[in-house]
Ligand binder design. Structure first.
Ligand SMILES: NC(=O)C1=CN([C@@H]2O[C@H](COP(=O)(O)OP(=O)(O)OC[C@H]3O[C@@H](n4cnc5c(N)ncnc54)[C@H](OP(=O)(O)O)[C@@H]3O)[C@@H](O)[C@H]2O)[C@@H](O)CC1
Ligand SMILES: Nc1ncnc2c1ncn2[C@@H]1O[C@H](COP(=O)(O)OP(=O)(O)O)[C@@H](O)[C@H]1O
Ligand SMILES: [K+]
Length: 509
């Protein structure tokens, strides 16, 4: 699903109004009707106190229209206009008049007003600012937002939590939304660590913006869910054999860190690679052979570290770096290994740390190789960033300059290739556990070895990895989820992804 910038949403708005030959207030009516339907379906007329805080722009206009619908259906409402500017939007004013025609008189909150009491049992509708927020809040508006946040009432934000800009981190107070009803498209800020913290749940309301515009407009980011990954899936062929699915090699490990290679190799095989060989220092031989009978093992001459990488065949895919250490000898072996590679490789963990330490090695990384840093590894690689938006821009530049795919791992991992980002939607905090990144490296390597293109291997692999975590969490809960359990659930993740749509929900039934 595409993620649009504020400018693009305004364009979609304009294009819809022109194509459908409707007025802008009709679009506002449509948006607010969707909001009303959402609330009415859940509340069914319950007499809870609903306090609507409306700004003076179109976000506020949505709130004012919603208030009218709620009142018409007998809900208990209080409407507050947050009077932060004299520049009221045309559709806000039109709908304010309509509200007054129905004898609803909002109270106007100004700089010197006292704030209304909000009980924890109330529902707050936050329609103060939408995507038009363009500068820091006046102090009294920030105080009002603080007052709403302190109320412990359920807060439903219209389009975006008020105070959250679309393209940079907030500088003052932001509404902490329990639920965001966002129009037509998800917003990038929902998925970034600095800004996503203001949102518990979000949902899209379809307000019928021009489909042609939405389909053809190029975007910088996409949100990746099942409809996006399913077309990437490469089905198995009846007459295939293990050679069809490639021979993958996982290189890594050092004394005390052989488990990382075990997890990655197991994930690589479980995601479907035909054959898997692990290359480790000698100390890893017995444990790997015992733990993973399906996997072959090659060893370095050194007992504790990788010092020379010799693979006596041409693998279909290689994943390197997990648990590998960063000793000088390993660095030399890594450099010599990279120089010999012609096909894309997957580089993780200490492989990334070595690249950061010896930046001259970057030119030996084959085109379209995959780098899977967590934020600390990314910082070592591309340097410090000012904020999450800057981080994404810097990563895009790094990816273009070095022709590599970068998977920024986190709660919503983002795969970057050149000027495009793919935001993952699966996964959960149970995956914040040792070794879950090693599992991802194995999975991506296993997908590459089966013939997935590098970008597809990342987008598909990251989604499948998160889905395995989401399935596992049902059985284990967040705390007890371990990396090896992720591997056990890769098969179920495939089944879940490929499950035909439920017949009962399909239109024929
Ligand atoms: N597009 C669509 O498809 C649809 C959009 N809809 C709705 O419209 C919303 C966007 O509305 P919007 O453009 O009127 O902006 P909004 O967020 O209400 O802000 C109001 C104005 O405040 C101003 N301002 C900014 N920062 C400020 C500050 N710190 N302190 C004081 N003032 C500040 C700024 O004006 P400025 O003074 O900068 O000219 C800004 O314009 C969108 O989120 C959705 O809810 C739906 O109705 C239908 C379909
Ligand atoms: N809160 C979270 N929600 C979803 N996924 C997460 C979360 N925390 C971590 N993950 C995922 O777990 C993995 C952690 O990787 P990494 O930090 O490299 O771990 P390790 O080095 O221990 O293997 C990444 O794929 C990341 O996206
Ligand atoms: K809002």
């Amino acid at each position: 699903m595409k993620i649009f910038s504020a400018d693009q949403i305004y364009k979609a708005d304009k294009s819809t109004i022109e194509k459908e030959q409707i007025s802008s207030d009709m679009l506002m009516e449509r948006a607010a009707t969707r909001l009303f339907e959402w609330i009415h379906t859940r509340l069914q007329g319950a007499q809870v106190n609903i306090q609507l805080f409306c700004g003076i722009g179109n976000n506020g206009g949505d709130g004012i229209v919603l208030a009218r619908h709620l009142q018409e259906h007998g809900y208990n409402i209080q409407v507050h206009v947050v009077n932060y500017s004299e520049k009221r939007s045309k559709d806000f004013l039109l709908n304010l008049e309509r509200l007054k025609d129905r004898k609803i008189w909002p109270d106007f909150i100004n700089e010197d007003s006292s704030f209304p009491l909000i009980s924890p049992e109330d529902i707050v509708v936050d329609a103060i600012f939408g995507i038009g927020l363009s500068r820091p809040l006046d102090q009294w508006v920030a105080n009002l937002i603080g007052h709403i946040n302190a109320s412990r009432a359920f807060v439903l934000s219209v389009d975006i939590p008020s105070g959250l800009p679309m393209d940079r981190p907030p500088v003052s107070e932001v509404i902490e939304a329990n639920h965001v009803l966002s129009f037509q498209v998800p917003k990038l800020v929902f998925f970034l660590p600095q800004t996503g913290i203001y949102i518990d749940q979000w949902e899209i309301l379809d307000i019928g913006l021009d489909t042609e515009f939405l389909t053809h407009e190029e975007v910088g980011y996409e949100l990746i869910g099942p409809p996006d990954v399913l077309p990437l899936y490469r089905p198995r062929n009846k007459f295939s054999h293990k050679g069809t699915y490639g021979h993958a090699v996982i290189i890594g490990g050092s004394y005390g860190k052989i488990g990382a290679v075990q997890l990655a190799s197991n994930a690589c095989l479980t995601v479907g690679s035909g054959l898997v060989t692990a290359f480790v220092p000698k100390c890893g031989y017995h444990s790997l052979q015992t733990a993973l009978p399906e996997i072959m093992v090659l060893t370095d001459d050194d007992d504790e570290n990788i010092e020379q990488i010799t693979i006596p065949f041409v693998p279909n895919a290689i994943g390197i770096g997990v648990g590998m250490g960063t000793s000088e000898d390993t660095a030399k072996a890594f450099g010599a290994f990279l120089k010999k590679q012609e096909n894309p490789v997957v580089i993780d963990a200490d492989g990334l740390n070595l690249l950061a330490k010896h930046q001259e090695l970057l030119k030996s990384v084959p085109a379209q190789s995959i780098l899977t840093p967590h934020p600390k590894e990314l910082e070592r690689l591309i340097g410090k960033w000012d904020n999450d938006f800057d981080k994404l821009e810097k990563t895009k530049k790094f990816s273009s300059k070095n022709d590599c795919v970068v998977v920024i791992k986190g709660a919503h991992s983002i795969t970057i290739y050149k000027d495009k980002g793919y935001v993952n939607s699966s996964g959960n905090p149970g995956m914040a556990t040792a070794g879950s990144g090693d599992v991802l490296t194995g999975m991506i390597t296993g997908l590459l070895s089966q013939g997935y293109e590098p970008l597809a291997a990342c987008v598909f692999g990251v989604y499948l990895h998160g889905l395995a975590g989401d399935i596992a969490v049902h059985q284990y809960g967040y705390e007890a989820l371990k990396a090896s359990i992720l591997v056990e659930n890769i098969g179920r993740a495939y089944q879940e992804l490929l499950r035909p749509p439920n017949r009962e929900n399909s239109q024929e039934s």
